[in-house]
Ligand binder design. Structure first.
Ligand code: ATP
Ligand code: ATP
Ligand code: MG
Ligand code: MG
Ligand code: MG
Ligand code: MG
Ligand code: MG
Length: 253
């Protein structure tokens, strides 16, 4: 760096785009596993929900939250995680590519680094890859709606997948037969199918599967003089205003 500093090549630096993110907006960084349909098969994921992977995703996201203290909340489901930076955040002077690439890189390396802790004997077969993007939300309403959108997504997918995999694994239907059986059904049909054919009360299934995982950070006391920051998983309904009333401090500053 010092060698290059005053060289005649220095001008190329000026080709870099200024990608400073607009002030005052909420910044959401969402990462998503690349081709995890295949990754899940290769690593013998349990269907419809592999708890090892969900725990590892949550843990990797916790590593990101610990590193970036301006993340106020994170939300994860399936192979994706969303990280919300407070609208006043000033990390990397709000440079978009710095933020997005460092979040994604730390998430991905943590996913790999802690793989064995959750997957034990199941060896990691190849290096997983995640994509990442950032989205700006100018109002708090937009931000809440964003998170609600992701949580509605997990509800729709998980209800469908729970039906699908019960039909395939317990009733021996082929994938095509299961798809056909579910075509055109609405939520109440699916709830009824689970209950009448498999004795499953959908609302009693683990909340992590049905609602995804919300991560909040808390300072905990280790002893008299030291505190440590940890990411706490909760499995609430954030679509309801009640959640934001209970956690109103998140959006303030
Ligand atoms: P930033 O997060 O801003 O990139 P940085 O500490 O990584 O901070 P760089 O300008 O990227 O700063 O410099 C990388 C530094 O890492 C070098 O100054 C050097 O100290 C160290 N480093 C990297 N690679 C090597 C290496 N192969 N051998 C010895 N030191 C290295
Ligand atoms: P893309 O690269 O476009 O994201 P993708 O195959 O990752 O492709 P997604 O829409 O992201 O597609 O879906 C992720 C897929 O990964 C799910 O459909 C599911 O098959 C699998 N998957 C992810 N997490 C789990 C899990 N915890 N348990 C079971 N399957 C999972
Ligand atoms: Mg460096
Ligand atoms: Mg460098
Ligand atoms: Mg996708
Ligand atoms: Mg994916
Ligand atoms: Mg996905």
């Amino acid at each position: 760096r010092t060698v290059m500093a005053k060289s005649k090549f220095e001008y190329v630096k000026s080709f870099e785009a200024d990608d400073k993110i607009l002030q005052n907006c909420w910044i959401v960084v969402r990462i998503d596993g690349k081709n995890f349909h295949k990754f899940a098969n290769t690593h013998n994921f349990e269907k419809p929900n592999d708890i090892r992977s969900l725990n590892l995703m949550n843990f990797a996201a916790g590593c990101v939250m610990k590193e970036f203290n301006e993340i106020i909340i994170a939300y994860g489901q399936s192979d994706e995680y969303s990280f919300v930076f407070h609208r006043t955040a000033n990390v990397y002077n709000r440079r978009a590519s710095k933020i997005v690439s460092n979040v994604n890189s730390l998430f991905t390396s943590s996913f790999v680094f802690y793989w064995n802790r959750w997957f034990g004997d199941q060896k990691l077969q190849y290096p997983p890859c995640f994509d990442a993007r950032y989205v700006l939300y100018p109002t708090t309403e937009n931000l809440k709606d964003y998170l609600s959108w992701r949580q509605a997504d997990v509800h729709i997918n998980n209800l469908y997948n729970t039906c699908f995999w019960n039909l395939v694994l317990k009733k021996g239907l082929t994938n095509v037969e299961a798809e056909e059986k579910l075509r055109g059904t609405v939520s109440s049909d699916k709830n009824e199918l689970l209950f009448s054919e498999f004795g499953i009360n959908y609302n009693k299934l683990p909340a992590m599967y049905r609602k995804g995982t919300i991560l909040l950070t808390k300072q905990i006391k280790i002893d008299e003089s030291r505190t440590r920051k940890i990411a706490i998983p909760i499995y609430d309904d954030l679509i309801k205003e009640k959640f934001w009333k209970e956690h109103d401090e998140l959006l303030l500053r």
